[in-house]
Design a protein around this ligand. Structure first.
Ligand code: JFZ
Length: 626
C-alpha cells in the first residue's frame, strides 16, 4: 500500500513539473529561439540514482545496494526519511569503494508533508561508468537513498548529443584542438574595472568583506554586495595606459606562452570590448574609449600568439538579474535539493528576466566577439550552473555557426565543451581517466584579478613544477596574471613568468607538441594542486631531488625533466635495459651528447654543462626503431 502511495505521489510530482515547464515555455514564447531542433521533455530526476530501503541487502544496521553509474561525475548523497520516524541523533556511515564518510543526520529539506531529506555535504565522485556498491550503516528509520548529480555538473537529457558531436568532430574543431594540444602553455588575464580597486573597497580588504563567497579580487561587487549603480562608477575612472596590449603580448611571448585568454566580460557584467548590445562597456562608459580586447588581439597576433576570450555567460551581476536563482530554486525546493546562491546577484538584481538577459545581452555579445575577432581561437565560458541544457547548447552552436575554428571550454555547461578542466588551480591525478583533452587554469598568487596586498607569489620553481606535472599528464596550463587598473602587470609576477620563459625556451623540444609517455613520473609520489583556497592555506613547501623525473614524448624521443641543477651521475629507472633501446642521450639547450650507460636496473647518465642558476634541465633520449 505504502509503495502504491509513493508511486502515485511521484507521478503527481512529475505532472506538476511538466505543467510548470509548459507554463514557463508558453509565457515566454516570444523569446524562444526556434533555430534549435530537438527540444524534449526532460525530468532531471531521470538522472538520479534512487535506492529504496526495501530493495537493500540488509545485515544488522547496514543496508547495501548495487547500482549502475551512467554518468561518471560528482554527486551528493541524500537520505529520505519519514518525518514522524526521523531521529536526528543518528550518525550515518556511508561506504562507497574508495570513499567513505560518517555524518550526523541533519534535517536539510522538507519535500512534502511526510518526508524530509538529509543531504550529506561530502561529495562523492565516480570516475567510471558501470556497477557500483553503496552501503549505509544507520539505526535511523529511513525510506530511501538518493544519489544526485552535484550542481556543478548538471546532466541533461542527452538530446543534443548527436548534433553536438557532429560539430565537435568537424575538421575545423579537430584542427583547432590539435593546435591547442600542442600549445601547452597559455596566459590567462583577469582584468576589468575591479582591477582599479585591487581587492579593497572603502578601506576594507576583500578578505574581511561581510558577505560569503570567494575572496578573489574580481568578486569585489559580490563580496561587498555593492549596488549596481555604485559599482558602475568604477568605469568612470578606468583609463589604462595604451601600452598595456603590447606589454602583455610581449610578456606572454617571452614566457613561452602560445595563447592568451582575456576576460572580455566577467561576472560583474562589464565588457572590455566595444559592445553594440550594451552601453556598459569600455568604449561607452570609460574615459579610455577604445576597445581593449581588440587592441590585445592585434598585439597578440603580431607576436604570433593565439587569442581567446573568457566570457561569463551564466553570471552577470549588472544585467543578468539573479542568475536564474529563484526559478531554479522553486523547482529544486519541490525536489528537496539545495540551490547554491554563490555567484548570484541576490542583493540588487536587475529587473529583467534571465531569459531576456540571455537574448538581449549574452548571445548577442558572443556573436559580436566572434565577428570582432575573426582569428579568435577559443571562448572560455564561465558562471554556469543555472542555465538550461538547451541554453548551454545554444552558446556552443552559435559559436560554431559563426566560426567553427573556435574551441569552447567545459564550463559552457552540461557536456558541451570541446575539452575539460579539473576545476581551477586543480591538476588531475595520473590515475584519473578523462575522456577529453584538458587544461588546468591557475593563479600566480591567490587571486585572479589584481589584489594590491596579495604578495603570496608562486615562485618560478613552483610554477614550473605545476607546468611539468601537467605536461607529463598530457594537459595544458593556463596561467593567470592580474594587471592593475592601468594595465600594468605586477613586477614580481612578470619577472617570475620571464624566468620560467627562459627555461621553456631552452627546453622547448620537451614541451610543445609532446604527449604523455607510458609513465608520467618517477621518484616521490604526486602532490596535487587542489584548488585556489587549498594552496592559499597550505603554502608550497615541496622540494625536489635528483631522483625526481617527469616524462613526455614525441616521435622516437622520450624527454626526461628534472627540477634540480646538480651535475654528476643520475639514475633513471624507467629507462633501464629492457624498457627502452636507446640511441642517444642529449642535454636540451646545448645539444650536447652525454655519457650514458644502461643496465637492467636503470639508465645512468652523467650530467655536465649545466648553467649555474637554472631551474632544472631536460634530457632528450632518442630511442632506436620505435
Ligand atoms: C571562476 C570565476 O568565478 C573566477 O572569478 C575566475 O574567473 C575563475 C577562473 O573561474 O571561478 C571558478 C569556477 C569554477 C571552479 C572554481 C572557481 N571550479 O570548477 O572549481
Amino acid at each position: 500500500m505504502r509503495s502504491i502511495i509513493h508511486f502515485f505521489s511521484k507521478k503527481l510530482k512529475k505532472h506538476h513539473l511538466v505543467l510548470a515547464v509548459l507554463l514557463i515555455s508558453v509565457s515566454c514564447k516570444k523569446n524562444v529561439d526556434t533555430s534549435l531542433s530537438s527540444e524534449q521533455k526532460f525530468d532531471q530526476t531521470d538522472n538520479w540514482i534512487v535506492l529504496d530501503k526495501t530493495d537493500a541487502i540488509k545485515k544488522d544496521n547496514t543496508y547495501s545496494w548495487n547500482f549502475n553509474v551512467k554518468h561518471p561525475v560528482k554527486y551528493v548523497v541524500q537520505m529520505v526519511s519519514n518525518k514522524s520516524l526521523y531521529n536526528s541523533k543518528n550518525h550515518v556511515k556511508v561506504t562507497i569503494v574508495g570513499q567513505e564518510f560518517k555524518r550526523p543526520l541533519l534535517k536539510s529539506y522538507a519535500i512534502n508533508s511526510n518526508e524530509i531529506v538529509s543531504e550529506f555535504k561530502k561529495i562523492v565522485s565516480f570516475s567510471k561508468i558501470g556497477e557500483q556498491t553503496i552501503s549505509i550503516k544507520t539505526a535511523a528509520n529511513f525510506k530511501r537513498i538518493r544519489i544526485i548529480p552535484h550542481f556543478e555538473n548538471p546532466i541533461g537529457s542527452g538530446g543534443y548529443h548527436q548534433e553536438w558531436l557532429k560539430m565537435n568532430q568537424s575538421d575545423e574543431k579537430q584542427k583547432a584542438l590539435e593546435q591547442f594540444k600542442k600549445a601547452k602553455l597559455g596566459m590567462f588575464i583577469h582584468w576589468g574595472i575591479y582591477s582599479q580597486a585591487g581587492g579593497v573597497w572603502k578601506n576594507t580588504r576583500i578578505n574581511y568583506a561581510p558577505y560569503k563567497g570567494p575572496k578573489v579580487a574580481e568578486w569585489l561587487m559580490h563580496a561587498f554586495q555593492i549596488p549596481r549603480e555604485e559599482y558602475s562608477e568604477l568605469a568612470k575612472t578606468f583609463n589604462p595606459d595604451t601600452s598595456f596590449a603590447q606589454n602583455i603580448a610581449k610578456l606572454a611571448k617571452q614566457s613561452g606562452m602560445k595563447y592568451v585568454v582575456i576576460t572580455s566580460k566577467h561576472h560583474d557584467g562589464f565588457a572590455l570590448f566595444d559592445s553594440k548590445s550594451s552601453e556598459y562597456d569600455i568604449v561607452d562608459a570609460t574615459p579610455y574609449k577604445a576597445d581593449a580586447v581588440k587592441e590585445l588581439y592585434e598585439a597578440c597576433l603580431r607576436e604570433g600568439l593565439d587569442f581567446g576570450v573568457y566570457y561569463s555567460h551564466g553570471n552577470d551581476w549588472m544585467d543578468g538579474t539573479d542568475g536564474n536563482y529563484n526559478n531554479v530554486k522553486k523547482v529544486n525546493d519541490s525536489l528537496g535539493i539545495y540551490t547554491h546562491p554563490t555567484g548570484k546577484n541576490l542583493w540588487g538584481p536587475s529587473t529583467n528576466t534571465h531569459k531576456e538577459y540571455l537574448q538581449n545581452k549574452a548571445y548577442p555579445q558572443v556573436k559580436e566577439l566572434l565577428n570582432l575577432l575573426p582569428e579568435l581561437r577559443l571562448i572560455w565560458f564561465d558562471g554556469t550552473g543555472f542555465i538550461t541544457e538547451k541554453q548551454a547548447f545554444q552558446f556552443y552552436k552559435s559559436v560554431y555557426d559563426i566560426n567553427p575554428n573556435v574551441l569552447v571550454n567545459r564550463r559552457v555547461g552540461y557536456s558541451f565543451g570541446d575539452y575539460l578542466d579539473a576545476g581551477d588551480n586543480k591538476i588531475p591525478s595520473s590515475s584519473d581517466t578523462l575522456e577529453k583533452y584538458w587544461e588546468t587554469c591557475g593563479t600566480i598568487n591567490n587571486s585572479w584579478g589584481y589584489k594590491s596586498y596579495d604578495n603570496d607569489w608562486k615562485s618560478p620553481k613552483e610554477l614550473l613544477y605545476y607546468f611539468v606535472d601537467i605536461l607529463s599528464k598530457g594537459g595544458n596550463y593556463l596561467l593567470n596574471i592580474g594587471p592593475d587598473g592601468k594595465g600594468k602587470v605586477p613586477e614580481i609576477s612578470a619577472q617570475n613568468l620571464r624566468e620560467i620563459g627562459k627555461w621553456i625556451h631552452q627546453n622547448r623540444d620537451a614541451i610543445y607538441g609532446t604527449s604523455p609517455w607510458k609513465i608520467t613520473k618517477e621518484g616521490q609520489g604526486e602532490t596535487l594542486l587542489d584548488g585556489t583556497g587549498h594552496r592559499a592555506a597550505k603554502g608550497f613547501k615541496k622540494t625536489f631531488t635528483s631522483k625526481d623525473f617527469w616524462f613526455t614524448t614525441k616521435e622516437n624521443k622520450v624527454y626526461v625533466i628534472s627540477l634540480t641543477n646538480t651535475e654528476g651521475e643520475i639514475l633513471i629507472k624507467s629507462l633501464r635495459k629492457g624498457e627502452a633501446t636507446i640511441e642517444d642521450v642529449k642535454l636540451l639547450g646545448n645539444n650536447k651528447t652525454l655519457n650514458w650507460q644502461q643496465n637492467k636496473n636503470e639508465l645512468k647518465v652523467t650530467i655536465t654543462g649545466l648553467p649555474k642558476d637554472v631551474l632544472g634541465y631536460a634530457l632528450e633520449v632518442t630511442l632506436k626503431n620505435k
